[in-house]
Design a protein. Structure first.
Length: 602
């Protein structure tokens, strides 16, 4: 029997491995920028065309590579970061696998220009699909210049399933931000199709956060820090007032590496327990410095899943550090420096004699005497006040009111205006044939408004209501990118925004049905909902924004409703296409059957 197992060619093996390391254009930028950081670069420039589909360029002023190193760097498992297996547990660099450049070269056309500071001439290397095209000397500055063209040109299935340019650019911005947040001492720039998105100068950590996410976040950042023998934790957490349902900026880093850690995220959330409403998130930027031997980053090629030694102890330290930051913030008294129109309070003078105030009064004053000095008398004809009260009533002297059954029976039995009961400002209870129906008033109104917005879009009847005082809103680069995609749909329903440049917008009008809603919160929620959509269709985009509008405009929990208002809400609910669930799948109503009530009372 002939042998059927054989070794795959290196080019095929590289393409298979590239599927794990290089998933999209953002993966290429992450790997190249991390290599630039490891090379000691102080200035890193990133430029993309068509969200990385056509071209990706990363230029740095790091140490550069020799001619031999440049050629060898594209071989699989060729790395300068580690030498033996034990080095995996004492990593001080971002990369270490030696797979990134080999994976990129396997699925793209790559050009590299690099030079060492000790060399007069650099090296120009061209590779396409893991095959070296040319290698020759060239004149170039110290550092490295990677130019990656036509990503996935030889893997059409992978290229076909890339998302839209807007989505892929959003992923690039996310990967770029995660690295820039760790190294405020490095200057970063990012350009897309020739347009500058980021120009981050050197500075401290707080300034880097503000440069990326906007100046408004500055007032919401609380510094935190703790230094123990187990770990060192520093960074910033948001104030309880900065909590929001969607779009909170939450970042965890360990030894300069971004990570996802649900256990540590829970520690931060628990510290804000009873300080923020349920379901809302607080922004945080927390950095862990631990001994490299106590963590394992060699779990997944993306290196975002990291295991810690002694996670429970670190959880307690993190929880205590966050609570301390919140406590210090709450203990600082607020000082009001606005003294305009305030009353002047004189300074106390101990040498000055203080006299007791004198109170003057009229000892002859009698409130029961009239102005003429005669005593006011009570009305003598008091019987006249009660004349006519016995008309239409029974003649019995002790029976002032008619029997209850004669006047209220009709209201109890009147089926034309059923009586509804509101429980704790949250649920509406009403009788139905099968028992007792319980309706969540907020969710019911969300369903009603959601379908109204969809109907307005179909009829193209979205009316705009101009705001009296236009509100200014500042967006991050990712939010601005999403807004540009969603703006046409927003305008159809009555939202009007004006671009002021540098991520600043002015809200000039909101939908007429949303009068009284906080316009800034509304736009932020709509953008956050749109950013969560993986599907790029305009219908899905509008549906997510319509749901955000409905949540903002719906009747809040705790609002007291009259019987007519509850009746109107219930009638509108039962005209909807789906009365049982909200657009995001939450239950709106439940029915307690009469048999269940009888069983409870037996």
């Amino acid at each position: 029997m002939s042998d059927i197992i054989q070794l795959l060619p290196d080019s095929v093996a590289n393409q298979i491995a590239a599927g794990e390391v290089i998933q999209r254009p953002a993966s290429v930028i992450k790997e190249l920028v991390e290599n630039a950081v490891d090379a000691g670069a102080t200035v890193i420039h990133v430029s993309v065309i068509d969200a990385g589909r056509t071209s990706i360029q990363v230029i740095d002023n790091g140490s550069g590579m020799s001619e031999t190193d440049a050629r060898l760097s594209f071989e699989r498992h060729a790395t300068s970061k580690i030498r033996q297996a034990a080095d995996l547990f004492s990593l001080h660099t971002m990369g270490f696998r030696g797979e990134a450049l080999a994976s990129i070269a396997a699925v793209a056309q790559v050009e590299l220009k690099t030079r060492l500071a000790t060399e007069e001439v650099g090296t120009h290397l061209s590779i396409s699909g893991s095959r070296t095209i040319s290698q020759e000397p060239c004149a170039c500055p110290v550092g490295s210049n990677f130019h990656v063209d036509n990503l996935f040109f030889n893997v059409p299935a992978r290229r076909k399933f890339l998302k839209s340019n807007a989505t892929e650019l959003n992923n690039i911005i996310t990967a770029f931000e995660r690295i820039a947040l760790v190294y405020p001492e490095i200057e970063f720039t990012l350009h897309s199709n020739g347009t500058e998105i980021f120009n981050l100068k050197k500075g401290n950590l707080r300034q880097r956060i503000i440069d990326i996410f906007g100046k408004k976040l500055n007032q919401d950042l609380l510094p935190m820090g703790v230094d123990t023998t187990i770990c060192k934790i520093h960074g910033f957490v948001g104030t309880p007032e900065s909590a929001k349902k969607k779009g909170a900026h939450q970042y965890l880093f360990v030894n300069g590496r971004y990570m996802k850690h649900a256990y540590f995220h829970k520690a931060v959330q628990n510290a804000f327990e009873r300080l923020v409403p349920t379901g809302e998130q607080v922004p945080y930027f927390i950095y862990f410095d631990v001994v490299p031997e106590s963590i394992d980053v060699n779990i997944h090629p993306t290196k975002t899943e990291i295991k810690f030694e002694g996670e429970q102890a670190i959880w307690q330290i993190l929880h205590a550090a966050v609570k301390e930051a919140i406590g210090i913030f709450n203990d600082v008294p607020s000082i009001d420096f606005d003294t305009q129109d305030k009353p002047e309070i004189p300074v106390f003078d101990s040498s000055r004699q203080i006299n007791a105030p004198k109170v003057s009064y009229n000892p002859q004053y009698n409130p029961f005497k009239s102005n003429g000095g005669e005593r006011r008398t009570a009305a003598t004809d008091w019987q006249q006040l009660y004349q006519g009260l016995d008309q239409g009533h029974p003649s019995q002297p002790n029976e002032l009111f008619a029997p209850v059954e004669d006047t209220t029976q009709e209201n109890i039995i009147d089926e034309k205006s059923p009586v509804h009961y509101q429980y704790k400002g949250q649920y509406i209870m009403t009788a139905v044939k099968s028992g007792l129906m319980i309706i969540d008033q907020h969710r019911a109104h969300v369903r009603i408004l959601y379908e109204q917005y969809l109907s307005q879009r179909e009829k193209q009847k979205g009316n705009a209501q101009k705001v009296l005082f236009p509100e200014r809103i500042q967006l991050t680069a990712a939010e601005e990118l999403c807004l540009n995609k969603a703006l046409p749909e927003m305008e159809k329903i009555g939202l009007e925004l004006t671009d002021l440049g540098a991520g600043n917008y002015v809200i000039n009008a909101i939908p007429a049905t949303l009068e009284g809603v906080n316009a800034t919160t509304l736009v932020k929620d709509m953008i956050a909902s749109a950013m969560e959509q993986e599907n790029n269709s305009t219908d899905q985009l509008f549906n997510s924004m319509a749901l955000s509008m409905a949540r903002n405009a719906a009747i809040p929990y705790g609002q007291i409703l009259g019987n007519d208002e509850m009746e109107h809400l219930i009638n509108n609910l039962f005209t909807c296409s789906n009365v049982n669930y909200t657009p995001d799948g939450k239950k709106i109503l439940a029915i307690m059957k009469q048999e269940e009530m009888k069983r409870l009372l037996d």
